[in-house]
Design a binder for this molecule. Structure first.
Ligand code: H2B
Length: 100
C-alpha cells in the first residue's frame, strides 16, 4: 500500500473536511465528542471490528466522551487509501448516529 501523493492527499482533504493533517503531514486526525463514555466506547467497539476486518488499526486516545483519532499506515510511513477508508467508516458511523 503506497503513501498518497500530495495531490491525492489534497483530494482526501476535500472528501474528509472534518479531518486535518498532523503537523508532520503523515497522518489524518480528528476529534470526536459523544454524549457520554458509553457512546464513545460503543463507537470504538464498532471501529475495532472494522479495524480487524481491514487489518488496519487506529491510534486513539479516549477520555470520557472524547475520542482523538490519528490514522496513518505505519508500513508506508504516511497516509494511504486504508487511512482514507477508515476515516470514511468513522465519519459514517457518527453520521448514522446523528440521523437516528
Ligand atoms: N495498522 C496501521 N494503522 N498501520 C499499519 O501499518 C498496520 C496496521 N499494519 N495494522 C498491520 C496491522 C500489520 O502490522 C499486520 C502485520 O498486517
Amino acid at each position: 500500500m503506497d503513501k498518497l501523493s500530495a495531490e491525492a492527499l489534497g483530494a482526501v482533504r476535500e472528501i474528509l473536511p472534518a479531518w486535518t493533517l498532523s503537523d508532520d503531514g503523515q497522518a489524518l486526525q480528528r476529534s470526536f465528542v459523544f454524549d457520554d463514555f458509553i457512546q464513545a466506547f460503543g463507537f470504538m467497539t464498532q471501529v475495532a471490528m472494522q479495524a480487524e476486518r481491514m487489518d488496519h488499526h487506529p491510534e486513539w486516545f479516549n477520555v470520557y466522551n472524547k475520542v482523538e483519532v490519528t490514522l496513518r499506515t505505519h508500513d508506508a510511513g504516511g497516509v494511504t487509501l486504508l487511512d482514507q477508508e477508515m476515516a470514511q467508516i468513522m465519519d459514517r458511523l457518527v453520521m448514522d448516529k446523528e440521523a437516528t
